[in-house]
Design a binder for this molecule. Structure first.
Ligand SMILES: NC(=O)c1ccc[n+]([C@@H]2O[C@H](COP(=O)([O-])OP(=O)(O)OC[C@H]3O[C@@H](n4cnc5c(N)ncnc54)[C@H](O)[C@@H]3O)[C@@H](O)[C@H]2O)c1
Ligand SMILES: N[C@@H](CCO)C(=O)O
Ligand code: NA
Length: 433
């Protein structure tokens, strides 16, 4: 059969990895795809020293790739929302199939992109965009299609998990570990996307869509990063039998879908609590299958290329089909997406870890517990630390309560004369049932 021609746009970390994997494993990939897959053209601002592109056409203008009549599949690996969006729409309008690793693009412009793909009878695949090399999109979209999914929770930013792990295990400095993650090619072009939870929120938006059959709604995701986590919270969490992980959580409730990214205390014995370094893991709870867990490298050149190339193979295998015979991009048929709302964060229910600093004098603890009690918040555990200073750290674990109720209680506690500074709040999840 005639070979399939691919054009790669962007030859950085992932573009370079994709080029190298396609070349190195060309024979086995062809045996799987049923056709040879050729890199016909590369669109890149500069060469990548990790790639031997000798003999492959390179243009500095990526739009030449998107309009090249010889190219069947455009692989978008430049990143960002603006040029990447124009590039992908141009490719689609020119009848090309698209493979991308760009979660920002899919989370923000995906609804429009998939609609254009449907009109033009082309495929847009994005496995590499969520949890790097882990085939979690495929697992949810195809492997779990029998289930009504109850919830999913994942460590879905490799850079953030790498930073938290190095800080906890080696006591390393935040900025120093972030610089290493950047040097290793894990971080986004703007690393605040990693440390402030934006990248994880992009990925969670995609996961929630394919799990619950709702349109992509990045603007509704609650987003909190890891930049405010302190060494003392890590230590107190451990004393209570928990680890702090940066999680994306999406849950079906009676009133809507929770969509939230934030640092979370989870029991230290859970597998998820022991996912370290750049590794990612996603737990999915389905009504038929129960709990499942998907684990692997969440970032890096070749782990991500693994997912990009698998998507290329999938596209090649489905070239002869029409869109209605293909797997729908968001798992559910496009005219079957539901209008179930995303719950505002204030309506979300979790347990909480609270850390506050109180003046050491009789009655302070009683005032705090009274405020919690008046708001109907049950306390699971209290630790009051001994200290030589006049202020003492108090750590509380609460039972499940609505975020709005906790907001009210925290405001009242912070207004007490004997409370110093702000209350630190970290959400706690048992991730069972
Ligand atoms: N690095 C990872 O581990 C990883 C993992 C999963 C997904 N991703 C996603 O993959 C995409 C690429 O990430 P990366 O880490 O390879 O980034 P990168 O910065 O290493 O590579 C991007 C490349 O695209 C080039 N580029 C950007 N705009 C261009 C333009 N207009 N014309 C020509 N070239 C252009 C840049 O020069 C750069 O070489 C992003 O969407 C990122 O979110 C990255
Ligand atoms: N910057 C991202 C790349 C993978 O999507 C991360 O660290 O997880
Ligand atoms: Na993936």
């Amino acid at each position: 059969m005639k070979p399939v021609n691919v054009g790669i746009c962007g030859l950085g970390t992932v573009g370079g990895g994709t080029f190298n994997v396609l070349l190195r494993n060309a024979d086995e990939i062809a045996r799987r795809a049923g056709r040879q897959i050729i890199v016909q053209q590369i669109g890149a601002r500069r060469d990548n020293p990790a790639c031997n592109t000798h003999g492959t056409a390179i243009t500095r203008d990526i739009f030449e790739v998107a309009t090249n009549p010889d190219i069947d599949i455009v692989v978008e690996l430049i990143g960002g929302y603006d040029v990447a969006f124009k590039l992908v729409m141009t490719a689609i309008e020119n009848g090309k199939h698209v493979v991308t690793a760009n979660k920002a693009l899919i989370a923000v412009h995906g609804n429009e992109i998939f609609e254009a793909a449907q009109r033009n009878n082309v495929m847009v695949s994005y496995e590499a965009s969520v949890a790097g090399g882990i085939p979690v999109v495929k697992a949810i979209r195809e492997g779990l299609s029998a289930n009504s999914i109850n919830w999913l929770a994942g460590i879905i930013n490799g850079t953030g998990n790498f930073i938290l792990t190095e800080m906890r295990e080696k006591g390393r400095d935040f900025a120093d570990v972030l610089a290493e993650a950047q040097a290793l090619g894990y971080a986004e072009a703007d690393p605040t996307f990693d440390v402030e939870g934006i990248d994880a929120a992009h990925k969670l938006t995609i996961l929630a869509s394919i799990a619950f059959g709702i349109p992509l709604q990045f603007d509704k995701a609650y987003t909190e990063g890891i930049s405010k986590i302190t060494a003392e919270d890590v230590q107190y969490a451990e004393e209570l039998g928990y680890r702090i992980k940066h999680l994306g959580i999406s849950r079906r409730t009676e009133n809507g879908i929770e969509l939230r990214v934030h640092p979370t205390l989870i029991p230290e014995k859970m597998l998820l609590a022991n996912v370290n370094g750049v590794m990612n893991a996603v737990m999915v709870d389905g009504d038929a299958v129960g709990q499942t867990l998907y684990y692997g490298a969440g970032a890096g050149a070749e782990p991500t290329a693994s997912a990009v190339v698998a998507d290329i193979v999938d596209v090649v295998r489905n070239l002869a089909a029409e869109n209605e015979g293909r797997v729908p991009p968001l798992a559910f048929q496009q005219d079957e997406l539901s209008s179930t709302p995303v719950l505002p964060m204030t309506e979300t229910e979790t347990s909480y870890y609270l850390r506050l600093h109180a003046v050491e004098k009789p009655g302070v603890l009683a005032s705090i517990t009274k405020i919690l009690g008046d708001n109907g918040i049950n306390i699971e555990a209290i630790i009051q630390k001994e200290t030589a200073e006049y202020q003492v750290p108090v750590i509380l674990l609460t039972q499940r309560v609505k975020e709005q109720t906790m907001n009210d209680a925290i405001a009242a506690i912070e207004a007490l004369d004997d409370i110093i500074g702000q209350v630190t709040r970290i959400r706690v999840e048992q991730l069972q049932g």
